[in-house]
Write a protein that binds this ligand. Structure first.
Ligand SMILES: NC(=O)c1ccc[n+]([C@@H]2O[C@H](COP(=O)([O-])OP(=O)(O)OC[C@H]3O[C@@H](n4cnc5c(N)ncnc54)[C@H](OP(=O)(O)O)[C@@H]3O)[C@@H](O)[C@H]2O)c1
Length: 277
């Protein structure tokens, strides 16, 4: 599996998103993903599926003959739990549910202006020093919040997990991440299914024997962005991994980039920060 290196972390270049996956569907998706070759799984306290993700992980490790160290596991602490004690408790519960002594990456799920960022970063960075998170990072941070976080954190932040897909212009925050050596993890890389059927992506796909969804994922990995598409469908799981055996030309990359349009953000809850775009 290709990796993206960022501030000391080696992050597998594509991961499995698990939001909304529940019960046996979730266990089966994670296990199948590992058997197919995935080495990166994304969950969060908020997804209410860490027990199932952990079960799928442990089953998948056994079935595929892998060691725990071979798979990169991310979880997150939600924005209503960013005060130090709440954060600590939430992360303890996550590890218990996952049945893991440590995760590879722990993220602040969303910023919360009501809790001082310094307080949250102190407990986040302590999780790294305690060895319970190999790496730490943030999600849904804007350029301004990222500048503040990088200044306040006393451990390197390795990624900012944000919405990225061909329809959304994230140029400013991508540049800010790069300037501080952070990777970008792309959530909603197939824009929750809106990619399929796009004429340009379908046409480029036909030229490579790939689907529109695969073109969208390839467009991201070719820029060093780490997509975490979610699916429990075995055919889609396999398709989303089959993006490392071809390249998009410069002209094709430019054509995909030209699909950017205002108003295409998929995830924009009331607690979202004021975005850069
Ligand atoms: N940090 C955050 O705030 C945040 C926010 C949102 C998401 N996330 C993370 O990012 C992950 C991905 O985002 P998401 O779950 O919101 O949605 P998503 O990955 O954009 O979309 C999931 C949809 O894409 C479809 N899909 C996936 N692969 C496909 C393929 N090869 N061909 C056709 N359709 C395909 C799936 O359909 P099928 O089920 O039919 O395959 C599913 O309906 C989440 O699961 C979560 O881990 C993080």
């Amino acid at each position: 599996m290709n990796v993206v290196e960022a501030n000391g972390a080696k992050i597998p270049a594509i991961g499995l998103g698990t939001m909304t996956l529940q019960g046996e569907v979730c266990v089966g998706a994670v296990k199948t993903a590992l058997q197919l070759g995935y080495r990166h799984v994304d969950t969060a306290e908020r997804y209410n599926n860490e027990a199932e993700v952990g079960e799928g992980l442990h089953q998948g490790l056994r079935a595929a003959g892998l060691r725990r160290e071979d798979v990169f596991v991310t979880t997150k602490v939600y924005h209503d739990k960013l005060a130090a004690d709440d954060f600590q408790r939430s992360f303890d519960e996550s590890l218990t549910k996952l049945k893991l002594p440590w995760v590879d990456l722990l993220l602040i799920h969303w910023p919360n202006p009501k809790i001082p960022l310094a307080e949250t970063l102190a407990v986040l960075c302590k999780a790294k020093r305690d060895g319970r998170a190999k790496h730490v990072g943030v999600a849904n941070f804007t350029t301004a919040l990222l500048e503040e976080a990088v200044r306040l954190a006393d451990e390197p932040l390795v990624t900012n997990q944000i919405e990225v897909h061909p329809f959304l212009d994230q140029g400013k925050v991508l540049a800010a991440c790069r300037s501080h050596g952070l990777a970008v993890t792309a959530y909603c890389p197939p824009a929750r299914g809106k990619i399929a059927g796009n004429e340009t992506l379908e046409r480029i796909g036909r030229a490579h024997g790939k689907s529109a969804s695969q073109i969208a994922l390839r467009y991201l990995v070719q820029q060093g962005i780490i997509p975490i598409p979610r699916t429990a469908n075995p055919a889609h799981l396999a398709a989303n991994l089959a993006i490392f055996d071809f390249s998009l030309t410069d002209d094709e990359m430019a054509e995909v980039e030209a699909l950017r349009q205002p108003g295409t953000r998929v995830v924009n809850p009331p607690h979202a920060p004021k975005w850069d775009d």
